[in-house]
Design a protein around this ligand. Structure first.
Ligand code: ADP
Ligand code: MG
Length: 178
């Protein structure tokens, strides 16, 4: 099933396939990925944990920049992957905790880094390289597996564990079926 965004977002084309297995969304530019992030950030409820899986350059940080914008994090904050710390915190409608696990050596390291507090916080958490958390990922979360399908094209396969009604609705309702 294929559909495009309607109305003023018409130029942002995304393909959606929805079902028990999750939701697939194709973006065809960095800007479309940012816009996808905005939709998620706008709809996110306290305690939302977004786990991002995908190779270097797949768009995890670009998506997180959109999430920050959707959470009304002021533009003065440049959202980049945390480099020397493993988490950056940004103030917004809800606080955004942007975590990058690229540099952790083993999942056990997380326990010394306050991981469990972030997972239980009332903000929104976006985790790059989430696979590196091993068994420490919380049960209730949204997984986004990103595949580089072409130079400027990315496929997001999104699965929801637990209730995330607003985000699910936002991703689906922004489209209409052709
Ligand atoms: P990651 O954090 O996964 O390493 P980044 O978000 O930092 O990835 O970088 C993604 C790179 O891919 C950027 O250089 C961006 O311009 C490029 N790009 C090309 N097409 C897309 C797309 N559809 N979505 C996201 N990024 C894209
Ligand atoms: Mg990154």
């Amino acid at each position: 099933m294929s559909s495009v965004l309607s109305g003023r977002n018409r130029k942002v084309q995304q393909t959606h396939e929805s079902g028990a297995a999750g939701l697939s969304i194709i973006t065809r530019s960095p800007e479309e990925t940012f816009t996808l992030g905005v939709a998620i950030g706008s709809a996110a409820a306290p305690g939302t944990v977004l786990c991002l899986f995908g190779d270097l350059g797949s768009g995890k940080t670009k998506l997180t920049q959109g999430i920050a914008s959707g959470l009304s994090v002021p533009d003065a904050y440049a959202v980049t992957s945390p480099t020397f710390t493993y988490v950056n915190e940004y103030p917004g409608r809800l606080p955004l905790y942007h975590i990058d696990l690229y540099r952790i050596a083993s999942p056990e390291e997380l326990l010394d880094l306050g991981w469990e507090e972030y997972m239980e916080a009332d903000g929104v958490v976006a985790v790059e390289w989430a696979e590196r958390a091993g068994d420490y990922l919380p049960e209730r979360r949204i997984d986004m597996a990103i595949t580089i399908t072409d130079t400027d094209e990315r496929r997001f396969h999104i699965t929801f564990t637990g209730k995330h009604a607003a985000i699910e609705a936002a991703l689906v309702s922004r489209t209409h079926v052709r």
